[in-house]
Design a protein around this ligand. Structure first.
Ligand SMILES: C[C@H](O)[C@H](O)[C@H]1CNC2=NC(N)=NC(=O)C2=N1
Length: 113
C-alpha cells in the first residue's frame, strides 16, 4: 500500500493537552493504512503483537520500540516475554488515538520489515 510509506515518512508532532482524539470512524479508516495492528474495543489504542520462537527477539523488539518512541518523542506501552512482544500506542495527552500513533506504528513496521 502506498499510504504505508506516506505514514512512515511522517514525523510525530509534539503532543499537547487539549487535542481531540480521532473518533471511532476516523480511527477505523486510519487502520486501513496499517497491517497487523488491532484497534482496541474503545478505539483509543492500537496494538501489534509480534511472535517469535525465543526470548532474544522479543527483547530486541522491545528495545527497538523503546528507541523509536524516544526518537519520536511518542512513547509506546510495551509488554514482552518468551516468544512475544506486544507494542501499544495511544496518545495520553488526547485520551485516545492521534495521527502520531499511526505514524509510530508505521515506522515500527518499517524497522521490523
Ligand atoms: C511533551 C511531550 O511531547 C509529551 O509529554 C508526550 C511524551 N510522549 C508521549 N507519548 C504518548 N504515547 N502519548 C503522549 O501523550 C505523550 N506525550
Amino acid at each position: 500500500m502506498t499510504t504505508d510509506t506516506d505514514l512512515a515518512s511522517k514525523t510525530c508532532l509534539p503532543c499537547q493537552g487539549g487535542i481531540a482524539p480521532l473518533g471511532l470512524d476516523e480511527a477505523r479508516r486510519m487502520m486501513g493504512q496499517l497491517d497487523g495492528w488491532s484497534l482496541s474495543e474503545t478505539g483509543t489504542a492500537i496494538t501489534r503483537r509480534f511472535a517469535f520462537k525465543g526470548f532474544a527477539k522479543a527483547v530486541e523488539t522491545a528495545n527497538l520500540a523503546a528507541w523509536l518512541g524516544n526518537k519520536q518523542g511518542h512513547h509506546p506501552d510495551i509488554a514482552f516475554g518468551w516468544g512475544y512482544c506486544a507494542v501499544t500506542f495511544t496518545t495520553h495527552e488526547a485520551g485516545g488515538l492521534t495521527e502520531n500513533d499511526f505514524i509510530c506504528a508505521a515506522r515500527l513496521d518499517a524497522l521490523m520489515a
